[in-house]
Design a binder for this molecule. Structure first.
Ligand SMILES: [Zn+2]
Length: 413
């Protein structure tokens, strides 16, 4: 991508009404644009980072047997009435169609997936089943001040699992926990994330959240360092000891909830009459689990966790580009050399963004590169060309290295 052609620009100051650090930084760096409280447009750089997170999520969900579908965002009222959630779901966006019927914008999709699976599920032989989607969700949040961490419209991966019994659900629930840590590892967040016990429901003592430590996190968690687990704020009122080792000395930290998983039991299968025929020919209720993880929220959490005072420091796997090539100077030699390197990078399928803007000073180009946060910065100038070299610096290090132009491009990928 030529930066001269990128329609977005970095900006000096984020909108005054934007108070969250992740959104301020992403807006300034040209990743997102604010449309309203909790509502953002993903710009070219932001969409690339978001898509990379989605790809990682998709790979890991496919690896644990997930089959991807896409359910509608627009959901008829009667589905929600079957589970008594039309009235009780506070954050539901409700609207009236031209047919005078009422609809909700999907905040979660148990009401859609349960009757869907009912159409295809007959026998125990078809279970377990794992179905997921990555989709835009809507929540009518009263406070939406945390940028990508609490949107009114946000992306969500929701997987639903269907089992013959509780034991099978319990087994899969553990598998998903591991898959989530694999996703978070690839996104550079695993070391900062704690499996956090939260209140369960009628069907299990606990549900679990994936809480990523962050100074400006909206949640408070209580960590047991011996077990490397945590308890969330609501549960700590009832649960005074570590659920794993019973100790009481917790470390209190601020965190961001990037995912949550829940054993649903028969909460949704009963109202939708979702049943299967067991081995003895008897009808049984399906046992369900649901597993949420928000790619846009993960993106916000990455920015909260990986930055310095100059800007974002993207982990490689989710960076919009791998190399930021900067041409400093207007002389022909610099331009020609940088052009050649850019073309060579593209030919080798290295994802590169090339700062070829004539009107920007070296200082402005460096500042933009730091703000945008691509993992590797590659500088070409008269000075480096004199030494037949380019200057390489990693965004997460202060070390600057001169590397010979010959064979330079083969260093990437
Ligand atoms: Zn413990």
């Amino acid at each position: 991508m030529r930066q001269s052609k990128l329609f977005t620009k970095t900006i000096k100051e984020a909108p005054k009404d934007e108070i969250s650090f992740n959104a301020q930084t992403l807006i300034r760096a040209g990743f997102i644009d604010k449309v309203g409280a909790g509502i953002y447009t993903f710009l070219p750089l932001g969409l690339r980072a978001h898509n990379k997170i989605c790809d990682i999520v998709r790979e890991e969900m496919d690896a644990v047997g997930g089959q991807e579908i896409l359910m509608p965002a627009l959901t008829p009222k009667e589905f929600w009435q079957i589970t008594d959630r039309w009235e009780s779901f506070d954050a539901l966006f409700r609207l009236i169609g031209i047919d005078k019927k009422e609809y909700a914008l999907g905040a979660t999709h148990e009401e859609i997936i349960s009757p869907l699976i009912k159409k295809y599920l007959f026998s125990y032989k078809e279970l377990p089943m794992y179905v997921y989607q990555i989709q835009t969700k809507f929540r009518n949040e009263l406070r939406a001040k945390a940028g990508l961490l609490r949107g009114r419209e946000f992306s969500m991966k929701d997987l639903y699992s269907f089992h013959v019994n509780q034991e099978d659900l319990d087994k899969y629930y553990k598998i998903i926990q591991e898959a989530y840590f694999e996703i978070l590892k690839r996104c550079g967040l695993a070391d900062l994330t704690y499996l956090t016990f939260a209140a369960g429901g009628a069907f299990s003592k606990y549900s679990h959240e994936f809480q990523t430590l962050a100074e400006r996190g909206e949640d408070t968690i209580y960590i047991c360092d011996d077990c490397r687990v945590a308890v969330n704020q609501e549960l700590i009122e009832e649960q005074k000891t570590c659920p794993e080792c019973n100790k009481t000395d917790f470390r209190k930290e601020k965190a961001i909830e990037v995912g949550n998983i829940f054993k649903l039991g028969t909460r949704f299968s009963k109202p939708f009459d979702l049943r299967f025929t067991d081995e003895s020919g008897k009808k049984q209720d399906v046992i369900m689990g649901c597993y949420g993880l928000g790619p846009s929220r993960v993106m916000g959490a990455i920015v909260e966790a990986h930055h310095d005072d100059k800007g974002i420091i993207w982990p490689e796997a989710v960076a919009p580009y791998q190399v930021h090539l900067l041409a400093l100077g207007q002389d022909n030699k610099t331009k020609e050399t940088a052009e050649k390197i850019y073309k060579d990078l593209l030919a080798k399928n290295v994802e590169a963004i090339y700062d070829d803007r004539d009107e920007k000073s070296a200082g402005e180009k460096f500042a933009d590169a730091d703000l945008i946060g691509i993992p590797v910065r590659l500088v070409i100038s008269e000075k480096t060309i004199d030494k037949d070299s380019a200057e390489i610096k990693r965004r997460d290090s202060n070390k600057v290295e001169l590397v010979k132009l010959e064979g330079l491009v083969s260093k990437f990928k």
